[in-house]
Write a protein that binds this ligand. Structure first.
Ligand SMILES: Cc1cc2nc3c(=O)[nH]c(=O)nc-3n(C[C@H](O)[C@H](O)[C@H](O)COP(=O)(O)OP(=O)(O)OC[C@H]3O[C@@H](n4cnc5c(N)ncnc54)[C@H](O)[C@@H]3O)c2cc1C
Length: 485
């Protein structure tokens, strides 16, 4: 008989979405918060540009923010969700300020609001060019003060089961299995970037929550809506591509082709400030026109001191690769960046399976439509994380069915998955579903991905982080390719 611990709520993920959920749950709820590596290793910590808030209501309005979000999303957005996102933005920004988040200020002490591609107004709150880290650090401090929240690091959810009264989870931590159950499970597991050969995403972004929700029968929506960021630093040797923030273009940087000519005027009147999908597609078309993959981002016409003060992290990071942002154009190329689709949820972040919630990048609230507007995703994670918590606070007061935990069995297999499985999945996706998808390669890829998924699901493999993630990658790749065929 395995020992099963019960919690009132289990949150899987410690990015902004999971942390925001934890902070808004009632203090009398016994909460477990899991993350599969250290708490700070997540996409949230990598966010550079900032977080949207309709903060300066004299010069900006929710109506304008909603309009910009809908234009970027090609009007495929859920208007109700976008309206909530915008209307709750000032409130959550004030909450972050109360927690000590040190957003940059102007010389007269006001919050410094910056501009990014696709926005008609200056409305991005930022902390230099490391906004995500600043927010995550302050949220972690606040969550760690909560006596009702137990944090488990290096604790990977490797199995999620629906049981009478709730959910049972098998957690792998330092090769030990822990079995836990809860009436409310919140998936905050982030994106799927690691399904690609080149991505800006951190190592945790393997789509575990999405794959496990899919296996449970939850509805998954628009998983093929993937954003490719136009300006990742080009370095074919590195899989995790260093992002050069949208805000660099927002502050006047130009895009140049292999002849060092600006080219965006050929593709969009908003030039370098067009939304990401437009800029990434323009780069691919310009590649076809010039026959060259060489593209550059150039802000060297701006004052060096301004560049160093406004983008210290980007400046220093590029210097390590021997590029001086203040003096020369820097090579860039599009790469996978963000997932607009995910686990379908309602406005309280509840999935199609009652009691199973999804927040942040793994969820599909519909706020981003076809293409996310810059800096709307930290906001989405925080707003909808809060909303999931408020709803769970209500639901937890109602009488609940007694949980019957799942009888997980100890791991008996010893074989590792075949070497190169993950590499093969990444290579298929990079070719089949990049900025301009290739239908023929997608069809061929789907057949192979289907085989890999079957092999992982039915083979007798030892449950390791590698195995769990390979299964998640194969499942997400399968859903994506199936959707576009
Ligand atoms: C380089 C970069 C720059 C960005 N810049 C911006 C920006 O300026 N503004 C903006 O709004 N957005 C930006 N984004 C997007 C934004 O950061 C993310 O969409 C958002 O932070 C996702 O938050 P999250 O909480 O959903 O997921 P994450 O922050 O990625 O957190 C996921 C968590 O889930 C955990 N997890 C995953 N699987 C498991 C498992 N099986 N078991 C246990 N735990 C698990 C991980 O350990 C992690 O704690 C950027 C993204 C990147 C990659």
């Amino acid at each position: 008989m395995t020992f099963v611990k019960l919690y009132d709520v289990i949150i899987v993920g410690s990015g902004v979405a999971g942390l925001s959920t934890a902070l808004h749950l009632n203090k009398d709820l016994n909460v477990l918060l899991l993350c599969k590596r250290e708490m700070t290793l997540c996409n949230s910590s990598l966010a550079q540009g900032g977080m949207v808030a309709v903060y300066d209501t004299e010069h900006d309005s929710c109506e304008e923010h909603i309009k910009d979000t809908m234009i970027a999303g090609r009007y495929e957005n859920n208007l109700e969700a976008v309206t909530i996102l915008s209307k709750e933005s000032k409130m959550v920004a004030d909450e972050l300020l109360d927690l000590g988040v040190d957003f940059d200020r102007t010389s007269d002490g006001k919050i410094d609001l910056t501009l990014e591609g696709g926005h008609s107004k200056h409305r991005i709150l930022h902390y230099k060019d490391s906004t995500g880290k600043e927010i995550v650090d302050k949220l972690i401090i606040a969550v760690k003060r909560r006596k009702n929240v137990t944090v488990m690091e290096y604790a990977q959810m490797c199995n999620l089961k629906k049981v009478p009264g709730g959910f049972s989870l098998d957690i792998l931590q330092h090769e030990q299995h822990h079995y836990v159950s809860t009436p409310f499970c919140v998936l905050a597991t982030g994106g799927i970037g690691r399904i690609y050969q080149y991505t800006t995403n951190s190592a945790i972004a393997t789509g575990d929550g999405i794959a496990m929700a899919y296996q449970l029968g939850a509805k998954i929506q628009h998983l093929s809506y993937i954003q490719f960021h136009p300006t990742a630093f080009y370095n074919a040797q590195q899989r995790e591509c260093f992002l050069i923030s949208e805000a660099v273009r927002g502050n006047g940087a130009y895009l140049r082709n292999c002849h060092m000519e600006r080219f965006m005027h050929k593709y969009d009147e908003r030039l370098e400030l067009a939304p990401r999908d437009v800029v990434s597609q323009a780069i691919m078309k310009e590649q076809e026109a010039t026959g060259s993959k060489h593209f550059y981002l150039d802000i060297s016409h701006k004052e060096p001191e301004f560049i160093k003060t406004r983008f210290p992290m980007i400046y220093h990071n590029l210097l390590q690769s021997e590029y001086d942002l203040t003096r020369e154009p820097v090579p860039i190329y599009p790469c996978q960046h963000y997932l607009m689709g995910g686990i379908q949820v309602n406005l309280n972040s509840e999935s199609t399976i009652p009691g199973l919630f999804a927040v942040g990048e793994c969820s599909h609230t519909g706020v981003h439509g076809r293409n996310r507007l810059a800096s709307n995703s930290l906001l989405e994670g925080i707003v909808f994380g809060r909303r999931s918590a408020l709803h769970i606070n209500q639901l937890s007061k109602q009488t609940q069915e007694k949980i019957q935990p799942y009888p997980f069995q100890p791991d008996v297999y010893t074989a590792d998955i075949p070497k190169g499985t993950r590499t093969e999945i990444r290579s298929i996706m990079q070719k089949a579903h990049f900025v301009l998808p290739n239908r023929k390669l997608a069809e061929e890829g789907f057949i192979r991905i289907n085989d890999i998924k079957f092999m992982l699901e039915h083979g007798q493999f030892k449950v390791t982080p590698d195995y769990i993630e390979a299964k998640s990658l194969a499942t997400c790749a399968y859903i994506i390719l199936k959707e576009i065929m």
